[in-house]
Design a protein around this ligand. Sequence first.
Ligand code: SF4
Length: 96
Amino acid sequence: MPLFRFRRKEHTTSNVCPRTELCPLFRRNASNGGYSSVKYRELYCEAGIKAYSNCKRYIIYHAIDSCPDYVMPNSSFSIEEIISRINKQAKNRNNL
Ligand code: SF4
């Protein structure tokens, strides 16, 4: 059984990621304005569909409908590795 199924991608005509309203990383970055936050916005959040579709957070949102705060847009971990980690954490929480 697959770890996850991809949902249909959200369609938008905007250059801005459709997840900005819900994404804590974007919302936090929008208010603190530090160098990395500006770069994430430039490289992913506000850079068009091709760019934000490659954001690891965006991909995880589509796979499992949520994304932990520690996942960065340019994470070096694969989607499978990230989801495996999320599943392990959920399993550990359920065993407490
Ligand atoms: S960090 Fe990724 S998911 Fe969040 S708003 Fe930016 S592009 Fe979208």
